[in-house]
Design a protein around this ligand. Structure first.
Ligand code: ATP
Length: 353
């Protein structure tokens, strides 16, 4: 399989800049996700890896080799797009076989043997003679996946392959894609705007905004340690606080959050990556606290939240409330009985941005 490197990739369509400057590395065999809001440049990045879009500047390398001038059919990549794009006049098996138009099947298999193997891999054994319109949306997308995998590509590129499916089917298919990816060990780049999906499937993910990469990391790193305000608010729910540093002591900052309330001074631990010594009193900082870290039983950093909306989600409750003119979101095991709930958080559960 292949390690993919993008270095300083830029793409402009006339005046419009789709990619500012994208540099990232996808390790051999990794399931890597590009996630971000609509228009942030995910598809353009994926098409650049595929060789379907020429970068205006920058380099794409496969295993250290510059492939910028290698056309798509010679890159040994399999691509699955949003729309299934199956040929309606061909059977399922013929559609999969179409994936072999540029190359021989792997391991000296005949084309028929390869098609049968792929039908089993994507759990459609026995359905090769059907027409695509005799399959469900999820099954059609599995055919598209089998077609992309037919030549045993070094790289699998998936562009929102499940956006046309309903939520339950999407979850099922994403587990299936993950299983197949692990079975084959194929380096995979997956595009989605759905941050929950990105956290669920990825070995690592890149969060993109406005044609640039905001942060790359494992799901836990990105969720627990967002690098920027954008990442903190885009990936999962979050509570953002801005304020002024009053003092610092042994890696813990006292921050007077912008609020009138006298309870508005919080103790925030600077993590190992942030050099707390560089942050002086008087400086402005922003930090975030995840809803699940706001705890009625916490001893530190307590403040009252006026309950506004309670959503029972089965097993957990999401609660929107207000404190000092700002919205606070909490996750509690059970709905609170009162109209106000006092919560706190440990200094180390706050993340400085
Ligand atoms: P979505 O999730 O909506 O598919 P995306 O993150 O994949 O969005 P891209 O499709 O990569 O975003 O587009 C990035 C930017 O480049 C957008 O502003 C888009 O309008 C612009 N763009 C993309 N393709 C073209 C094109 N062929 N001509 C002009 N502008 C384009």
């Amino acid at each position: 399989m292949v390690r993919i490197e993008l270095e300083g990739v830029q793409k402009a369509f006339g005046e419009a800049v789709a990619l500012e400057c994208v540099s990232l590395t996808v390790e051999d065999g990794e399931f890597f996700t590009l996630v971000g809001p609509s228009g942030c440049g995910k598809t353009t990045t994926l098409r650049t890896i595929a060789g379907l879009s020429d970068p205006t500047a920058g380099t794409v390398r496969f295993d250290g080799e510059d492939v910028s001038d290698v056309p798509v059919e010679d890159r040994n990549v399999g691509v699955v797009f949003q729309s299934y794009a199956l040929f309606p006049h061909m059977t399922v098996a013929e559609n999969i076989r179409y994936g072999l138009r540029f190359s021989e099947p792997p391991r000296d298999l005949s084309a028929d043997e390869r098609v049968q193997e792929l039908l089993e891999l994507v759990d459609l054994a026995g359905m090769g003679d059907r027409d695509p319109d005799e399959l469900s949306g999820g099954q059609q997308q599995r055919v598209a996946l089998a077609r992309a995998l037919a030549p045993a590509p070094d790289v699998l590129l998936l562009d929102e392959p499940m956006s046309a499916l309903d939520a339950r089917l999407r979850e099922q298919l994403r587990r299936e894609i993950k299983r197949i990816q692990q079975e084959l060990g194929v380096t995979t780049v997956y595009v989605t705007h759905d941050q929950e999906e990105a956290l669920a499937v990825s070995d690592r993910l890149a969060v993109m905004a406005d044609g640039a990469v905001e942060q790359v990391g494992t799901p836990v790193e990105v969720y627990e340690g967002p690098a920027t305000e954008f990442v903190a608010s885009f990936v999962g729910e979050n509570n953002l606080f801005s304020g002024t540093v009053e003092s610092r002591e042994a890696g813990v900052l006292s921050v007077a959050v912008d609020a009138d309330d006298p309870t508005g001074t919080f103790r925030v631990a600077a993590d190992a990556d942030t050099d707390a010594d560089d942050i002086a009193a008087g400086e402005r900082v922003t930090f975030c606290v995840r809803p699940n870290h706001l705890d009625p039983d916490a001893n530190a950093n307590r403040f009252p939240v006026a309950v506004e909306t309670v959503e029972y989600l089965g097993g957990t409750t999401r609660l929107y409330g207000g404190w000092a003119d700002r919205e606070i979101v909490l996750r509690l095991p059970e709905p609170p009985g009162e109209e106000a709930v006092t919560v706190g958080f440990a200094p180390e559960d706050a993340t400085l941005l």
